[in-house]
Ligand binder design. Structure first.
Ligand code: ATP
Ligand code: MG
Length: 335
């Protein structure tokens, strides 16, 4: 019987700050499950950080903490390739080739680019414009097919597919067209606690729950979440900020707890103070074991180094094999 070749998985997170609940439920949770089922490449996207965080003083510390947070969340460096983007030089070569297949007009229209231009008008560098090209290079470097990401990355994946399609059309079938992946169905968006946008490393920091937040800070942030005086009529549709609270509760609380507050809401007897207290305790119970584990791992710099070296070796083998095929396909072979 012929063995079925498993699809390759590639995912990444920028070491731009502290990991949060959105990174966990949008990306990490899927990474952890996928490492048991597929060949996986997971990357700390340090080169992507440079587009918005050119000051590198904090980078080493961030890399160590974010790597520790990956390990504390359950990634096993023996089951997957867990590596730093900048350790795999082939990324830069593929990025260069793919830039020739990326249309400036399309890049300029990307909503994330427009957002960043608004946020950092004094640093609209071309790396920011070509961010989706670098992301396509990260994925295609391993000829990956499945990309576990949160909802905010959906459009970048579409661009990676366009770029892969254009390469294949021009030079022959080298790359699979990558798709955004989430166990379950819908891609996840973990909302910020103030109802404005998503939880994020670089924005909405007081409305974001970080995996490193101490218990009291978690409680404080949850208790400050926006609510109102409650519904006046049974079965009223929920306003967005209340919907978000329920969404957060579904991530960390038991189904019974969620059902109780749903029923209270529909009967107009809900007390948001009680709901937030419950949510805060469930968040503390979810976050504190990861925080403590990550803090311990982060101290062991020898182990972190070993993980990075081992991950880079695995990623390079895959990257070098792909680049050989890419150069051949492009006709960059003169003897
Ligand atoms: P930054 O603000 O520096 O861009 P970020 O929080 O957006 O940080 P990224 O490193 O850009 O994090 O994204 C890493 C992964 O986490 C991606 O797969 C992204 O889709 C996912 N992700 C980020 N925020 C959320 C969120 N709030 N809900 C679901 N997934 C998220
Ligand atoms: Mg982001």
């Amino acid at each position: 019987m012929q063995s079925v070749k498993k699809e390759i998985v590639m995912g990444g997170i920028r070491p731009t700050g502290f990991l949060h609940l959105g990174n966990y439920f949008g990306a990490l949770r899927n990474f952890v499950r996928m490492q048991d089922e597929y060949p996986c490449f997971f990357m700390l996207a340090d080169l992507h950080s440079l587009t918005t965080h050119p000051d590198t003083k904090e980078l080493k510390n961030n890399i160590h903490r974010v790597l520790a947070e990956h390990l504390a969340s359950g990634l096993n460096p023996d089951k997957c390739a867990l590596y730093c983007q900048s350790h795999v030089f082939e990324t830069a070569e593929l990025y260069l080739y793919l830039n020739m297949m990326s249309m400036v007009g399309e890049l300029e229209k990307t909503p994330t680019f427009k957002d960043k231009v608004r946020q950092h008008p004094q640093n609209v560098n071309s790396g920011l414009l070509t961010y989706p090209v670098l992301q396509a290079a990260d994925i295609l470097l391993h000829r990956a097919h499945l990309v576990p990401v949160g909802k905010d990355q959906e459009q970048h994946l579409e661009m990676a597919r366009n770029i892969a399609g254009r390469f294949n059309h021009r030079y022959g079938d080298v790359f699979p067209e990558p798709v955004a992946f989430n166990f379950g169905s819908e891609l996840v968006k973990v909302p910020s606690l103030d109802g404005a946008g998503k939880m994020s490393k670089s924005e909405n920091q007081y409305a974001t729950l970080y995996l490193s937040d101490p218990d009291d800070l978690i409680r404080k942030k949850v208790m400050k979440a926006t609510t109102d005086s409650g519904p006046k009529e049974p079965n009223t549709p929920k306003p967005d900020y209340i919907e978000n609270l329920f969404l957060l509760m579904k991530l960390v609380s038991t189904p019974e707890v969620v059902q109780k507050f749903e029923a209270d809401y529909n009967a107009c007897t809900i007390r948001y103070g009680d709901m937030k207290k419950q949510l805060a305790e469930d968040m503390v119970n979810f976050i504190s074991p990861i925080r403590e584990k990550a803090a311990a791992i982060q101290q062991d710099t020898e182990y972190l180094k070993k993980v990075m070296v081992q991950g880079a070796e695995k990623a390079r083998v895959s990257a070098q094999a792909t680049m050989k095929v890419v150069r051949e396909a492009m006709g960059l072979n003169y003897y």
